[in-house]
Write a protein that binds this ligand. Structure first.
Ligand code: NOJ
Length: 642
């Protein structure tokens, strides 16, 4: 990026040895992320390591004390990881380097479910063009499109068959060009989804590689000799082993996701060169940047060693410690940035499942030359829980997450702020599904997102207060992950009711039902049969009705986005959390003479709150009432000094 800050000399983290005490592991950026994650999983605070007895324990002693549950192999892997990420994130007080994407509000479109212009039941590019005024009115600055490339759609476009073609169901390249032009004409920007950890098994690189072992494409992927057992014990995120056996050729190939999403081998330079060339091709068309799918998974270690059983048990996936921060990750990102993004001034947002706060900083520091922004996911589930657990999410977790980031991420780093996307159930439903709280909760969630420092990403339908769907049977679900999960649970002996309940708790399909535009059939999404149906909720909850209602979640989003745009303190000010008691959230944003105070009630009960006093103007209030009390899930925003 032209606005990158000069690169100061990296500060190395401590040397890594097997007799390293836990305190020093915690002092290492990646060590801290890993320990935090493990401790979160078992429900223990990071402060545990501050206990002198615990802090002095060495990794070797840990193996003994856990009677081998923590293995020597795991310790070796951990030391290897620490060694592969030796830099310490810089925490000086450099000024913020300006960039458009630091001031922008992004909006994610899942094109398949956004708006269908031709009645085939699948959202498309012309449908998006038709709805651009809605997005401009909302006030968003940039759109991120989930994949619209040619794909057999095993994973709804995250399995790309041709990187340079538009999927027929979405329209044509001419439609795309018109969309890009129309977005720019409204003063907005457009970023694409870049899925380069894997391709579809129908991509010509893969079909040729499979058909001919001498093909130059053979080294683009992880092919391994056949036989009865997979080459290692890694598991797929979509159930079963991460290896597919091709019977005819008697060969294995790796897929971390569905069995039709084949992992690319980023150690192979000609493959990387083709990816960079493809990225330049899109940038030359004028797109403004990319969201990079599971980009932290691209570097796999030589030899593809087996995953550790304990990590597998804790994380639910085996092998992940070897590739969530692989040995050449930073190097590959720098190369792609220099070769493709930088010459075009393109913004990059990396999706980083498993990335913690410290690695996040190493991936995005303004002096690092890697990514601009990263999505990390710890805020989405409560400690010790995962997406398939059926539980009520307490907003205290969200507050604690952002309070920690406010402490740890200085001016050289810009966090992303989001709580929904196409891979997660709707946030309102996770917190409190009772209908009487829907509007206030929708507003509260919006307020957290739009008043913090960082770049907010709003997911389609969030602005309407969309909630999880009342799917009645497995037949109504579409997502490969949900279908595989159900089959896996049944194979493990779970009865239908239990398996269905678990799938419903975590299904990504909750976020993939059509956007509800009006009260007509299928919410005005399509004149045909939608590829996935909503549950009829659109009759009462739709954009047309919300647009005319000053008390709607939609109006609240509009007002908040306008406020954010007009407020240097909200965009760039310091952040201080001043009330973090259970059920409470107060933070202040300050820049020069301007101050914004945000007061939230995280509970379903009326709460006493402090009135900031007459010097402050109350600019937004989701539950109007006396100044010293705030209703269930209420949100107030005060401002002074402007
Ligand atoms: C992350 C994407 O967001 C998700 O939808 C997809 O299934 C996986 N990556 C695999 O591409």
């Amino acid at each position: 990026m032209p606005d990158s800050a000069p690169a100061p000399a990296p500060a190395p983290a401590p040397q890594v040895r097997a007799d390293l005490p836990l305190r020093e592991v915690y002092d290492h950026p990646l060590g801290r992320d890993i320990l935090d994650k493990v401790l979160r999983q078992v429900g223990v605070s990071g402060r545990w390591v501050d206990n002198p007895v615990v802090g002095r324990l060495t990794l070797r002693q840990l193996v003994r004390l856990t009677r081998g549950k923590v293995t020597h192999t795991f310790v070796d892997t951990l030391l290897g990881l620490l060694g592969a990420h030796p830099d310490r994130p810089l925490d000086d007080d450099a000024p913020i380097t300006p960039a458009w994407w630091k001031d922008a509000v992004f909006y994610q479109i899942y094109p398949r479910s956004f708006s269908d212009s031709d009645g085939d039941g699948v959202g498309d590019l012309r449908g998006i063009i038709d709805r651009l005024d809605h997005l401009a009115d909302l006030g968003v600055d940039a759109l991120w499109l989930s994949p619209i490339y040619d794909s057999p759609n095993d994973d709804n476009g995250y399995d790309i068959r041709d990187y340079r073609a538009i999927g027929a169901e979405f329209g044509t390249m001419a439609d795309f060009d018109e969309l890009l032009e129309s977005v720019h004409a409204r003063g907005m920007r457009l970023i694409m989804d870049l899925v380069v950890n894997h391709t579809s098994d129908e991509h010509v690189w893969f079909t040729e590689a499979l058909a001919d072992p001498a093909s130059p494409y053979r080294d683009y992927y992880f092919f391994r000799p056949g036989g009865a057992t997979p080459p290692n014990n890694w598991t797929s995120f979509f159930s079963g082993p991460a290896w597919r056996h091709f019977d005819e050729e008697d060969v294995w190939a790796m897929h971390l996701f569905s069995s039709k999403q084949m992992d690319l081998d980023w150690d192979h330079a000609p493959m990387r060169a083709e990816i960079a060339d493809m990225v330049r091709w899109w940038l030359a068309k004028g797109v403004d940047g990319f969201r990079l799918d599971v980009i932290n998974y691209i570097s796999k270690p030589p030899g593809l060693p087996d995953g550790d059983a304990l990590v597998g048990e804790l994380m639910g996936f085996t092998g992940v410690e070897h590739y969530f921060a692989g040995p050449r990750l930073h190097e590959h990102l720098r190369e792609l940035r220099t070769e493709a993004f930088e010459p075009y001034g393109a913004v990059t947002v990396g999706e980083g499942p498993g990335v913690g706060s410290q690695l996040g900083k190493l991936l995005t520091g303004d002096y690092r030359g890697e990514l601009d922004l990263v999505f990390t996911f710890d805020q989405l589930e409560a400690p010790g829980k995962d997406r398939w657990d059926d539980y009520r999410y307490r907003l205290d977790h969200l507050r604690d997450h952002y309070a920690a980031y406010a402490d740890q991420w200085g001016n050289r780093y810009q966090q992303t702020v989001f709580c929904e996307n196409h891979d997660n159930p709707r946030m309102i439903s996770k917190v409190d599904p009772r209908p009487e709280h829907r509007t206030v909760l929708g507003k509260l969630i919006a307020t957290t997102q739009l008043t913090l420092r960082g770049t907010p990403f709003i997911y389609q339908g969030q602005e309407l207060g969309m909630v999880n769907q009342a799917f009645a049977s497995m037949d109504e679900l579409r997502d490969v992950e949900s279908l595989n999960k159900y089959a896996e649970l049944r194979a493990e002996g779970r009865d239908h009711a239990a398996a269905f309940a678990q799938v419903l708790a975590g299904s990504r399909d909750h976020a993939r039902t059509p956007v509800q535009w009006d009260a007509t059939e299928h919410g005005g999404f399509t004149s045909g049969e939608p590829w996935i149906a909503g549950d009829g909720d659109h009759a009462a909850w739709n954009m047309a009705a919300a647009a005319d209602d000053p008390g709607s979640v939609l109006s609240w989003y509009r007002d908040l986005i306008a406020l954010r745009r007009s407020s240097p303190a909200l965009l760039h000010g310091s952040t201080e959390f001043t009330d973090t008691r259970r059920g409470r959230w107060v933070h202040r944003r300050v820049l020069d003479a301007e101050e914004v105070v945000v007061v939230l009630n995280l509970t379903d009960r009326v709460q006493k709150v402090r009135d900031p006093g007459p010097a402050y103007e109350l600019v937004l209030d989701s539950v109007p009432g006396p100044a010293t009390v705030l209703g269930a899930y209420g949100a107030r925003v005060f401002r002074r000094g402007r």
